[in-house]
Design a protein around this ligand. Structure first.
Ligand SMILES: Nc1ncnc2c1ncn2[C@@H]1O[C@H](COP(=O)(O)OP(=O)(O)OP(=O)(O)O)[C@@H](O)[C@H]1O
Ligand SMILES: CCCC(=O)O
Length: 361
């Protein structure tokens, strides 16, 4: 029998067109929904922080609809956000975080709203607000920071929340501790992050937004001089170029869809272009995994594939064919970021971990 108290935890995960909400009792899911917003509903907001009240109200309405009393919550945990670089862990939401997440500018990202909404609802509940493994978790080795041009550094931006949760889960499933293993973990979602983990630290990250393999909707690394031409060719604005690279790159640019499921269907129907592009995406992912093997000096216990695209068994096989010689490949398809958020909060509520304090570096 458990000796723990029971904790009610609300988890909030804002994505570009939806906010996922979930209510947990400890790590048991009680309710979950994806609150989807029409393009029209978000269109009036010029900047991500402008969506704050609209999204907060949608979460409050959801709680009301399900008869969930706000003052019965023991913690609220929001996904974050493009903070400055920080260590992996659970953070108590503080003023520095709120200020950074309210800022308008180049670091706007839908997940920035997670801690803002969490802090306000936690305030109503008289409960703590947390965030867990934000997208800027940075445990990179210093050597990995060099880009090749003084003044520009490589940065650690990726799917840290799911990657860290899967790392712990995969290690436990194989009777090991994450801190004992050397792993390469690739999150294959709308964006792709390929990461090297040395004994529990994520020491290199391919860069989910602007580098690494192409993905369903991102271009990844591109030939630089062609990008310079694109920027100064006079045909696109800065915002259009960013959108081309981040929302309309990868599968979208080649095939007009960000759905790997749709690409699989086209291949099954004999579409040779879809097959060539999908094989190229697998090739680039495998190549980045190979690069991460060198980061770990070839001492790799396992390669872990996760995220929605890891459901695609054919693509997983194409990757395995190229990297299987490095280490065994474990597939953990999908993601459970809501559970990862709740578990991060729970570790702190149960005093298994301290809540970290964010201070911009
Ligand atoms: N069963 C499946 N077979 C093939 N592809 C799938 C399957 N399920 C989901 N996908 C693909 O996974 C991709 C979305 O992955 P996921 O849900 O992890 O991404 P996301 O949450 O939108 O973005 P990100 O993970 O970058 O934050 C889509 O291209 C989708 O078509
Ligand atoms: C940067 C990682 C999260 C995302 O895909 O936007």
């Amino acid at each position: 029998m458990s000796t723990h108290a029971n904790y009610r935890i609300l988890a909030i995960n804002p994505g570009s067109t939806s906010t996922k909400v979930a209510l947990f009792e400890n790590d048991t899911l009680l309710l979950q929904e994806t609150l989807r917003y029409d393009t029209d509903a978000l269109a009036p907001f010029a900047h991500v922080p402008d969506q704050y009240s609209f999204r907060r109200d949608s979460v409050l309405h959801w709680l009301e609809k399900h008869g969930v009393a706000v003052n019965g919550l023991d913690a609220v945990v929001g996904r974050g956000g493009l903070f400055g670089p920080l260590e992996s862990g659970t953070y108590a939401v503080n003023q520095s975080m709120l200020e950074e997440m309210r800022a308008i500018g180049p670091r706007e990202h839908a997940s920035n709203l997670g801690v803002l909404i969490a802090r306000e609802i936690a305030g109503l509940a008289g409960a703590p607000a947390f965030t867990v493994d934000p997208v800027t978790v940075d445990e990179m080795d210093d050597i990995a920071r060099y880009s090749g041009l003084a003044g520009i550094e490589r940065h650690s931006i990726g799917h840290a929340l799911n990657i860290k949760a899967v790392a712990r889960r995969a290690a436990a499933d194989h009777f090991a501790d994450y801190a004992e293993l050397n792993l390469i973990i690739a999150h294959l979602g709308g964006g792709v992050s390929v990461t090297a983990h040395r004994h529990g630290r994520m020491v290199d990250v391919s860069g989910a937004l602007d580098a690494g393999p192409f993905s369903p909707e991102r271009s990844g690394t591109l030939p630089l001089l062609d990008v310079v031409e694109l920027c100064f060719g006079g045909t696109c604005t800065k915002a259009e170029i960013k959108k081309k690279l981040i929302g309309q790159g990868g599968l979208v640019s080649y095939l007009g869809t960000n759905s790997a499921i749709e690409v699989g269907r086209r291949i099954a129907a004999g579409d040779s272009q879809a097959l060539a592009v999908a094989r190229a995406m697998a090739y680039q992912i495998a190549k980045e995994i190979g690069a991460m093997a060198t980061v770990l000096n070839g001492d790799v216990d396992a390669i872990v594939l996760t995220g929605g695209v890891a459901h695609w068994s054919e693509l997983v096989e194409w990757i395995r064919e190229r990297v299987g010689w490095i280490a065994t490949v474990w597939a953990y398809p999908g993601e459970d970021e809501m559970l990862a958020l709740a578990q991060g909060a729970l570790r702190v509520l149960r005093n298994e971990e301290f809540a970290r304090v964010y201070a911009p570096r």
